[in-house]
Design a protein around this ligand. Structure first.
Ligand code: P1T
Length: 385
């Protein structure tokens, strides 16, 4: 009797998926294939690689690794998260319509409104946490439903399976930016999404030393179209950067477990702090989408935002941090603090920012892997009594 082979666990995949010892030397770690081109053994024949904008073995290893982690068949890596998102929009044509979560990373708002609108695409920004509003926003010309969950920075949560059901019924592909949760905690493809988006700059790389992006999906026809955009427009991840992210994903599960333990503790500290007017963390039971998030994800992550009520209070806290570094970005081993209204979301108009909760008093933390006591002590001194 043939026994069914057991599927490897997630931690095993994170270390091994997409990677074999290099055939020539047995090098256990995937080399950085620093080459722009590949010798062809004879006219019209190649060994699977022809030109490095199209493919590179280091990048291929990472693309396979990320596909395995997200439970998808195809992975594509790009020079940044924004390059991945732009490639996705490269599938559309003038006259097409996109429904987008009203709160997304500010750079996405800037790209959609500042560049892609000029190409004749139309965008409807909707509170996708409300599935009825989401469905009402769809039009006959809608060709993409684009969500972030939880959102950057106010941590709104969209029901991925619910959105996927609506999208499928209406024949619209659903793309989910999974940067904040990573596949350790949330796997949108398994919930019915069509494309997963990552800024690998964040947790996947995990050490704040590279910029990159990825798309993961199952549908072979869609994957082929995206590969066409990738090789044609050419914003690909370099082999060196791919090596760094591969190095990062090996420790992704252990890092995420520790990030989240500290994230929860920081959120609990802030929830009890008298200076904090409002807290945004999906792992708190009073978060409006707590139940939806707990159903679709196995963790809450380490992104925490809180409102101190005024620009002066936010500025004071941000200037007083000693261990949290005042900087854009997130997902690295080191803790960062930022002011979304003037930094990551400065390109969103002020009225719109305030309506979303991205107020002058909002501070966003990326809780890193330092000793928790040190993080809490820094928060305590920065917020004051
Ligand atoms: O920075 P880049 O690798 O191009 O990724 C863009 C991006 C996409 N999606 C999400 C959810 C993001 O948070 C980002 C980038 N965000 C920051 C730089 C930030 O500080 O929020």
């Amino acid at each position: 009797m043939r026994r069914k082979r057991r599927e490897p666990g997630f931690d095993t995949l994170s270390i091994h998926a997409g990677q074999e010892p290099e055939p020539g030397t047995g090098a256990v770690m995937t080399p950085i294939y620093a080459t722009s081109t590949y010798a062809q053994p004879e006219f019209g024949v190649d060994r699977g690689y022809a030109y490095a904008r199209v493919s590179n073995p280091t990048r291929t290893a990472l693309e396979k690794n990320l596909a395995a982690l997200e439970g998808g068949a195809h992975g594509l890596c790009f020079a940044s998260g924004m390059a991945a998102i732009s490639a996705l929009l490269g599938l559309l044509k003038a006259g097409d319509h996109v429904v987008v979560s009203d709160n997304v990373y500010g750079g996405v708002f800037r790209a959609f409104e500042g560049i892609f609108r000029n190409y004749g695409l139309a965008f409807t920004w909707t509170d996708t946490t409300d599935l009825r509003a989401l469905e009402a926003a769809l039009r006959p010309a809608t060709r993409l439903l684009y969500i972030e969950t939880p959102t950057n920075p106010v941590m709104r949560v969209t029901d991925i399976a619910g959105a996927a059901r609506i999208a499928r019924r209406r024949g619209v592909p659903l793309a989910v930016d999974n940067t904040f949760m990573t596949p350790v905690f949330q796997r949108p493809l398994e919930l019915g999404a069509d494309v997963v988006i990552h800024s690998t700059t964040k947790y996947l790389n995990g050490h704040s030393d590279s910029v990159g992006g990825a798309l993961v999906l199952n549908d072979p026809a869609l994957a082929e179209k995206l590969r066409f955009v990738q090789k044609t427009t050419g914003a690909v991840l370099s082999p060196f950067e791919a090596f760094l992210v591969l190095r990062g994903t090996k420790t992704l599960p252990v890092r995420m477990r520790q990030h989240e333990a500290s994230g929860r503790a920081v959120a609990a500290f802030l929830a009890a702090h008298p200076r904090v007017k409002r807290l945004y963390y999906p792992g708190r039971k009073d978060h409006p989408n707590y139940r939806v998030h707990a159903r679709q994800a196995s963790g809450f992550g380490a992104m925490v935002a809180f409102d101190l009520g005024s620009l002066a209070a936010a500025r004071r806290a941000l200037n007083r941090f000693r261990l949290f570094t005042l900087a854009e970005s997130l997902g690295g081993v080191e803790s960062l603090a930022c002011h979304p209204a003037s930094m990551t979301h400065a390109s969103v108009p002020e009225g719109r920012r305030n309506a979303l909760g991205i107020t002058p008093g909002l501070v966003r933390l990326s809780v890193g892997l330092e000793s928790l006591e040190d993080l809490l002590a820094d928060l305590k001194q920065a917020l004051g009594r």
